[in-house]
Ligand binder design. Sequence first.
Ligand code: SAH
Length: 368
Amino acid sequence: MPTRYDISLASLGELLADEPAYRTKQVWTGLHGKLRTPLEMTDLPVDLRSRLEVILPTALREKERSVADDGETIKWLFELDGGARIETVLMAYPDRVTACVSSQAGCAMDCQFCATGQAGFTRQLTTGEIIEQVVTAAREALPRRLSRIVFMGMGEPLANYDRVWAAVRRLHEDLGFSARHLTISTVGIIPGIRRLTDEDLPVNLAVSLHAANDELRNRLVPINRRYPLAALGEACQEYVEKSGRRLSFEWALIDGVNDRPSDAAELAAFARPLRAHVNLIPLNPTPGYLVQGTPRAGVRDFRSLLTGLGVNATVRITRGQDIAAACGQLASVPRDHPTGPRGSGVPVRLVTTEGQNRSRDITEDGRI
Ligand code: SAH
């Protein structure tokens, strides 16, 4: 049985074949445009609401919900069919509300300093599982409107290209998100960047660079051995030229590893011709990587060096570190687990929820 957001419009039509024709569109709009559950679709007859609630099950089962930053950051731990787990983060700022969604359960890219990479790959997410994360976050954000969606949760979006792109289309067409408010972040999968270059929806692209020389990048981001910097730079150049869109680079600042003046110089030389914007992220702690993040003063100096070299750079505000919701900390580990987020003295609220479980088998290799 397809889940609520994995069913296509055509299959929904078949499911509602014994109903008046207009019902299909009504239910579709109820789910996507109005973010309603079938039970909340008050424009439907009561018995149809309850029937749909059963035949269109949800895909995400909420296991845990953690709250930090005075309620401005929420992280969900969801269990999926087959038992895989993912996390989704909602971040409220004065001027925007952002959802950070997962594209895979786990990740096969093996970046050492990232908790998702440390945990390995479990499976690809379906389009509906991606959409449902957004719907959950958008409902939670109410009465504020969810304004941005970043594919920066667990997984490598460009290693699950078709499903991620189908989700992007649906978010744009049926949920009404402007493509300019969607950002796909990649470790640098060149074939995926090429495909994005030719897509008609102008989503933002962020590339997780972290090192601008191959020797260091091979160690930090192992996929660099397959897609080295020169080739990555060419794909980025083509992206910028053909699409006319702005590119950004993410750079997790790691103490003594990639925060030296020579690193800033290499980064500037790589980013400047692409007119790319650089997002500096002070490294967040993860259980499997013991090097520290660059101290605050070092972050400031690194940024000044970049600015002096003609590169636009901003420092990303860290959110949700206490609940392991910050960049690179998503590992789908419950808080009471030994490798879970460690207490920092900051009180967090924790809610454990048991929803309904569904079974559906998906076996697919997330490797590329
Ligand atoms: N796989 C995609 C999407 C994940 S985005 C990608 O790599 O782009 C998550 C971002 O957080 C990436 O830029 C990633 O490199 C960065 N990151 C990973 N571990 C981190 C850590 N410990 N501290 C700060 N940033 C980290």
